[in-house]
Design a binder for this molecule. Structure first.
Ligand SMILES: Nc1ncnc2c1ncn2[C@@H]1O[C@H](COP(=O)(O)OP(=O)(O)OP(=O)(O)O)[C@@H](O)[C@H]1O
Length: 434
């Protein structure tokens, strides 16, 4: 256990400084073979008798991503992209069939440390600045053998590398209070995962809701991270053609079925080869999404179900074999990813407590010391004070009543404030625990 921790620390130490994002600590080859995921869903309402139905979300998906590659998963909404991504990140609850390996080994606690997962929704504290967000993440997630100065150097390097220098002192914000832009927020979320220098980076729609230039900037950052020997998998809805050709591999899903897996460059040729060529010049990802929805020529009379079925059969006939053959290729795995019993947390309980306390105070002070709260407290104090203003000793019972009111008021106000923080903190807790 000691050995692994020391090894990880040494690797992190080596990579301190601006070169931190140039090289992955231990490149990982990710393979997934015949991944099938089923869930049992209940149908029926309040009055109807509920029936349990089995739903197959992933229907035998296969692929491989090498270090230095970006795999983009495309498909219409509900096609199973997020489910597959979650499975690859070792976070999918329930029964999963098929094989997912990381350098030939199943998911393990060591690998968990090596995987960065960027969720679709950015879970960030709105009142912290970009720098503060990274500093607290560094203090929490980097091993405590690194000094505070070293952690700060890593933070600085991260901010520069992600192109966030101009907004380093801006608050992250949220839709109600402004803050950094959507693209910058996404880069902050990516940075929080990249800070531990993961070998695998999984991103759920990192470009959704962003204009094509900002999306391009984010994919360029991912491209640079991949060049450092990282394995990157992302889901994406409708990339521009410029982005589409930046991906090393593309996986097209439709209702859990793979329709295409391979180089983005070859996708159009493949579909033309099976008689599905676009009638007009169009963005390849738009065309692929149309196909995944069962739309080929745009004619309203075409049978979408049969088009999807044809494409699934074509995949099985033309690509399935070669994709599986690719998995057999021998890849030189990096040493050091053995499943040893590594410590769950990189920092001690006390360090975590003190960082979380400082972060909590910084985030919450805006709420607790907001003008509205202060006015509310002052108003209650003044009004109740005035009610008993100059009351004499004959009104002792009233004065006792006032004291009782004050003690209740000052007891309940902080109590309710504390209770209401739990739902707000839950998302952050889930993110940081996973
Ligand atoms: N726990 C669950 N219970 C019921 N249905 C589920 C569950 N998880 C996923 N699904 C269903 O599986 C299908 C695939 O979901 P998934 O989130 O993977 O799709 P997606 O391709 O990522 O969609 P989007 O692009 O909209 O995020 C959807 O129809 C979804 O409703």
């Amino acid at each position: 256990m000691e050995e692994v921790t020391v090894e990880m620390e040494a690797q992190t130490r080596q990579s301190v400084g601006p070169i931190i994002f140039k090289k992955s600590n231990c490149p990982v080859t990710l393979k997934f073979e015949d991944v099938v995921y089923k869930i049992k869903s209940k149908t029926g309402g309040f009055l109807k008798k509920s029936k349990s139905e089995e739903k197959i979300i992933l229907k035998g998906v296969t692929g491989m991503v090498l270090p230095g590659e970006i795999l983009a998963m495309l498909g219409p909404s509900g096609s199973g992209k997020t489910t597959l991504l979650t499975a690859l990140g070792g976070r999918l609850a329930g029964h999963l069939e098929g094989n997912i390996t990381y350098n030939g080994k199943p998911f393990s606690s060591t690998m968990k440390r090596n995987v960065g997962f960027v969720t679709q929704d950015d879970v960030l504290y709105p009142h912290l600045t970009v720098t503060e967000t990274f500093v607290y993440t560094a203090l929490l997630r980097l091993p405590n053998s690194l000094s505070k100065e070293e952690k700060m150097i890593i933070t600085e390097a991260l901010i520069t590398q992600l192109g966030l220098s101009q907004c380093r002192d801006s608050i992250v914000g949220n839709p109600f209070m402004g803050g950094v832009s959507g693209g910058e927020r996404k880069r902050v979320s990516i940075g929080q995962e990249v800070i531990i220098n993961p070998s695998i980076l999984l991103l759920d729609e990192p470009t959704s809701g962003l204009d094509s230039t900002t999306a391009q900037r984010i994919v360029s950052t991912l491209w640079e991270l991949a060049n450092g020997g990282r394995t990157i998998v992302m889901t994406i809805h409708q990339p521009s053609s410029r982005l589409f050709y930046m991906f090393h591999k593309v996986l097209l899903l439709s209702e859990g079925n793979p329709l295409y897996y391979g180089k983005g460059l070859n996708a159009m040729d493949y579909f033309s080869g099976i008689q599905f060529a676009p009638t007009v010049a169009m963005n390849p990802s738009d065309f692929l999404l149309d196909l995944a929805n069962g739309v080929s020529t745009g004619d309203s009379r075409e049978d979408q179900t049969s088009i999807k079925r044809t494409l699934v059969c074509a995949y099985k006939a033309n690509l399935a074999q070669s994709v599986k053959a690719e998995l057999e290729l021998d890849v030189n795995f990096c040493e050091g990813t053995e499943d040893k019993n590594v410590k769950k947390w990189t920092t001690s309980w006390w360090e975590q407590f003190s960082v979380l306390l400082r972060r909590g105070l910084k985030e919450r002070k805006h709420e607790s010391f907001s003008g509205l709260k202060i006015v509310e407290i002052l108003a209650v104090t003044v009004i109740t004070g005035l009610l008993w203003w100059q009351s004499d000793i004959s009104h002792l019972q009233d004065q006792v009543g006032l004291l009782y009111f004050y003690s209740e008021f000052w007891g309940y106000v902080p109590f309710f404030n504390a209770v209401f923080t739990f739902p707000q903190e839950r998302m952050m807790l889930e993110k940081e625990l996973s």
